[in-house]
Design a protein around this ligand. Structure first.
Ligand SMILES: [Fe+2]
Ligand SMILES: [Fe+2]
Length: 221
């Protein structure tokens, strides 16, 4: 299957965390800060920690070379994107908003309360909802009709919106300290961060499949 994301030593840690599903697990394993300290090139982060660059970059590249499981035929791939990702975001995001509101209210006096998380999730719910609707109503139907080379405009808009989603992912990583609840956090707080972690990894895979697998089949250049 065509893909992939190439990992360069000058890419920023946070950028990799937002674009490559599974990268955060690699960063956690090597204790590389991908949220608050994510604005440095990966090469610099590795040097600071005295980590073997070829080893860690190799792990990241191996991840990038293993794209998410998905059908290769175009119509089946579109159907998979809608069922596996669009429907999942629609089901899970509203629940996360509610949970975040509850955690923020109950723990408002806690030093680590993720103040503003519910707002970020609510904005993501709106933005992602509109974005997915455009894909389902305009772009995907045109793709199903085989309009190769004729949908460059809509694809460019979707790619641009994906960049905005990547910024949202960075914000979610920062506000949750890499999805790590504080010691002694209650069940809801833990469930919230687990849910945000899953949302982000689904969204990362989702955008990867569109940006690197589906869209290039229809772009004229
Ligand atoms: Fe999508
Ligand atoms: Fe998209």
């Amino acid at each position: 299957m065509e893909q992939t994301l190439s990992i360069h030593p000058d890419m920023h840690v946070g950028e990799i965390a937002a674009a490559l599903a599974g990268a955060t697990a690699v960063f956690r394993k090597h204790k590389i800060d991908f949220c608050c300290g994510g604005n440095v090139p990966i090469s610099e982060a590795l040097e600071r920690k005295n980590l073997d660059a070829s080893l860690v970059l190799g792990e990241l590249r191996a991840l990038a070379a293993t794209p998410p499981e998905a059908p290769s035929e175009t119509n089946a791939l579109i159907e998979h994107i809608i069922r596996r990702y669009h429907d999942t975001h629609r089901a899970e995001l509203p629940e996360l908003v509610k949970l975040a509101k509850r955690v923020e209210a109950v723990h408002r006096d806690h030093a680590d309360v993720p103040a503003g998380l519910a707002d970020i999730l609510e904005t993501a719910l709106d933005d992602l909802g509109e974005h997915m609707e455009k894909e389902e109503m305009i772009l995907f139907p045109a793709m199903r009709q085989g309009m190769v080379g004729m949908v460059d405009g809509p694809i460019a808009v979707m790619r641009h919106e994906h960049d905005d989603h990547a910024l949202t992912i960075r914000a979610l990583q920062e506000i949750t300290h890499g999805y790590q609840p504080p010691a002694g956090a209650c069940r809801s707080w833990q469930a919230l961060y687990q849910g945000v972690d899953k949302l982000v990894s689904d969204l990362t895979e989702h955008m990867h499949l569109e940006n690197n697998v589906l869209f290039p089949r229809f772009e004229s250049r």
